[in-house]
Design a protein around this ligand. Structure first.
Ligand code: SF4
Ligand code: SF4
Length: 366
């Protein structure tokens, strides 16, 4: 990942800072440890980069602090200098991999990613007829690998909705992307496997080059395709939209839904702070409920649900505690939480006693 500011300048700013962002970091809030504040993690990254040796006889320096981050960007939102610890820390994982000190939970991630991609593609192929998976379809949807019920079920939901509301696709009927994976490669980049990511991205970009518009169900992959592919020298031909943007553009054409009751929308970090998409999903939900309410922190100030940057793999307890904290911000009487991210949906739905948690397509499911 490529941050706006170089690491040396970012570390200097963090070192002399009164730590304006400390109370924003979901990881340091739930772990309540000084070593995982954004400032401390940046200082740690500086030592890792310089390969500053530990005292003689001490064990090798741990790389764990660079994994104590969800990439949520809340620290940057609070920072007067707009330092991006989330982006720097994710890039620091590549350094850890180079030094053969990557996180043990991510060992073999590229192989697992390929296997998971193949399984997702087979699932989608089994769920969607071939004529709805044409590589030259003008508009195609990429169902997320973590979708509720799996990517095949999510692809079916999308086609069902598009068929019920033809105004959604305009001239071109909606298709499902005929890719050999349901993921644009975010886990590889977030895990620090930069070269694997670049090769994966080149292959994925070739597979979607026949579409004019690619609608993506995962905010992290939408962010990746729009901001990180070009930075890694991989051009993306289709115009990439997140599902919430695409539905928001066609909100008038959306069909009636079963009533949702009092509903709150959770802003996913990569869609909100990452791509600046806040109002479109709310416009979509405005079609489904007259009782839309807000988390105490929302839009730019929204707190993370703990699902980003592979935290559920590297620190599952912390990820769970972050999701619990997020649900404590709900106003009373909420029956349904809707989010535009399958990873956030998993995180929030996994909290004991959580209200019903839906993805955007599920809202319109018959
Ligand atoms: S990210 Fe900004 S606010 Fe946070 S420690 Fe660094 S300079 Fe300070
Ligand atoms: S990006 Fe989020 S999780 Fe990472 S250091 Fe900043 S506030 Fe903490």
């Amino acid at each position: 990942m490529v941050p706006m500011m170089d690491l040396t300048q970012a570390i200097e700013l963090c070192t002399f800072c009164p730590r304006l962002c400390s109370d924003r970091c979901p990881v340091s809030l739930v772990e309540a440890r000084e070593t995982v504040t954004p400032q401390a993690k940046m200082a740690w990254l500086g030592l890792l980069r310089q390969q500053v040796p530990e005292a003689p006889g001490a064990p090798p320096r741990s790389t764990l602090p660079v994994y104590a981050c969800t990439g949520c960007g809340a620290c940057t939102q609070a920072c007067l200098h707009r330092v991006e610890p989330g982006v720097h820390l994710l890039a620091g994982r590549a350094l850890a991999e180079e030094q053969q000190a990557g996180h043990p939970a991510l060992a073999d991630l590229p192989r697992r990613q390929r296997a998971r991609g193949r399984a997702a593609a087979a699932e989608v192929a089994g769920a969607v007829p071939e004529q709805r998976r044409r590589p030259d379809a003008p508009v195609a949807y990429l169902p997320p690998c973590l979708a509720q019920g799996g990517p095949g079920e999510d692809a079916r939901r999308m086609l069902q909705l598009a068929d019920r509301a033809p105004g959604l696709s305009g001239e071109a009927p909606m298709s499902i992307a005929a890719t050999d994976s349901s993921c644009a490669g975010y886990p590889l980049l977030a895990g620090g496997f930069v070269e694997d990511f670049r090769l994966y991205a080149e292959d994925f970009a070739r597979q979607v080059a026949g579409h004019a518009t690619l609608v993506v169900g995962c905010p992290a992959c939408a962010w990746l395709l729009r901001t990180q592919y070009p930075l890694h020298g991989v051009p993306v031909r289709p115009h990439v939209l997140h599902l919430a943007e695409w539905l928001g553009r066609h909100a008038e054409a959306l069909p009636e839904t079963p009533p949702l009751g009092r509903t709150a929308y959770h802003d996913p970090c990569y869609l909100g702070r990452g791509l600046g998409v806040y109002e479109e999903p709310r416009a979509v939900l405005g079609r489904a409920t007259a009782a839309l309410c807000e988390f105490a922190r929302n839009r730019q100030e929204a707190t993370c649900a703990g699902g980003g940057a592979l935290l559920p793999l590297t620190a599952p307890e912390t990820a769970r505690a972050i999701a619990e904290e997020r649900l404590r911000e709900l106003p009373p009487g909420v029956e349904t939480v809707v989010t535009a991210c399958p990873s956030c949906q998993r995180q929030l739905a996994g909290v004991a006693g959580a209200p019903r948690v839906l993805g955007l397509l599920e809202v319109f499911q018959e």
